[in-house]
Write a protein that binds this ligand. Sequence first.
Ligand code: NAD
Length: 426
Amino acid sequence: MTFLEPSNAKIAVVGLGYVGLPLALAMARHFPILGYDSDDRRISELRENKDRTGEIPSAVLRSSDLNVTVDSGDMSDCNLFIITVPTPIDASNRPDLSALRAASQEVGKVMRSGTVVVFESTVYPGVTEDVCGVELERASGLKCGTDFFLGYSPERINPGDQTHTVEKIIKVVAGQNPEVAQLLAEIYGDVVDAGVHVAPNIRAAEAAKVIENAQRDINIAFINEVTMIFQRMGIDTQDVLAAARTKWNFLDFRPGLVGGHCIGVDPYYLAHAASAVGHEPEVVLAGRRINDGMARFVADQVGRRLKPRSRILVLGLTFKENVPDLRNSKVVEMVRALRDQGHAVDVHDPIADRTEAQALYGFELMADPHAGGKYDAVIGAVAHDTFQSWSIEQVGALLEKDGLLADLKGIWRENQVDTDVQYWRL
Ligand SMILES: NC(=O)c1ccc[n+]([C@@H]2O[C@H](COP(=O)([O-])OP(=O)(O)OC[C@H]3O[C@@H](n4cnc5c(N)ncnc54)[C@H](O)[C@@H]3O)[C@@H](O)[C@H]2O)c1
């Protein structure tokens, strides 16, 4: 069998979300690409040049050659599949591979002999070959490594980050054999200006991605833990960090809520894989425990500064600044903890989808932050650009006299705050 060449690759990107859509658009500048997503609402919106993740402007979608479909049968003449579907955790923090299995089955049903299937979803080492390869064999009736071949290329984009885009981040690629690795190095090399790093095997590439995010989680957890210590000591963590980061090798992490579906999720993938080989991870899970406890810590710190049944306005609900993604937002836990303390909490987020906030969490988002009058506390929870553009007078106008401004992201400065406002930050 002649091995696939970049010049005759017909590529399908499976799953057009935060990762798949920018990748498909970048690839469409070099290769014929079909984008497939099983969500018909997503496909209808993309056909109307609307990206609800806010990552891609309409003009870019309008001028792209990318074709999209909700019908997996349309991929039957493709010979290179790139799978970018979600890899979340379940309620017990265990890897949920159901979307990966489903996507593998859909691809398996349409693929022919000679196909290469590349996974970009974040997984623990072994998933591509031992889980996805098996699903593909079962659905296709073909033999992995003989009739079709596997590759892995972890995605490193960062939602809301317009600087580190697909083309500008070094792409790690790995193949089941040297021919696949070479093919992927050439294809991704055409698309990614920053270049490619060829890992020696798929497991190493899978492991690299999962430790990149676990390392971030642990570093943030350390800063969150010292923040908890310094709060008890009456020392301002930001003052400590400003001093410490003057040392050349101090790692510049900030305290905060760790939400979303990467940093707070991927360490559990690593932990699962570790347990499976008989190692109970300590540092990895300790980091998770600290970071998962941060929403409650913040709620306790705010609550102890307020009188019973206070009125609180929370600014920002999404899991990070300038993205509309509400999944796994830790602000939600903080709001619930404050409500459990008996406070009345309103939430305003100019970027979040109000219907989604209602559907996911039962939260009624306020369209106008001024509609509720003055509050006993305002919590700056997410540093959206809109909030960063607010002057201290604008945020102060939302507070009762002697009210509390809890500035989780350091948007405002204590020395700017009026003397009749209490200021607290992480
Ligand atoms: N979001 C990020 O910034 C980011 C960064 C690096 C890596 N990752 C990883 O990339 C993967 C994808 O994440 P995402 O944020 O793009 O997810 P997402 O939820 O934004 O998008 C996934 C898309 O896949 C579609 N989908 C789900 N099951 C499908 C199936 N069986 N067939 C076809 N389409 C299907 C969904 O409808 C959705 O549009 C995950 O493993 C994630 O951990 C994400």
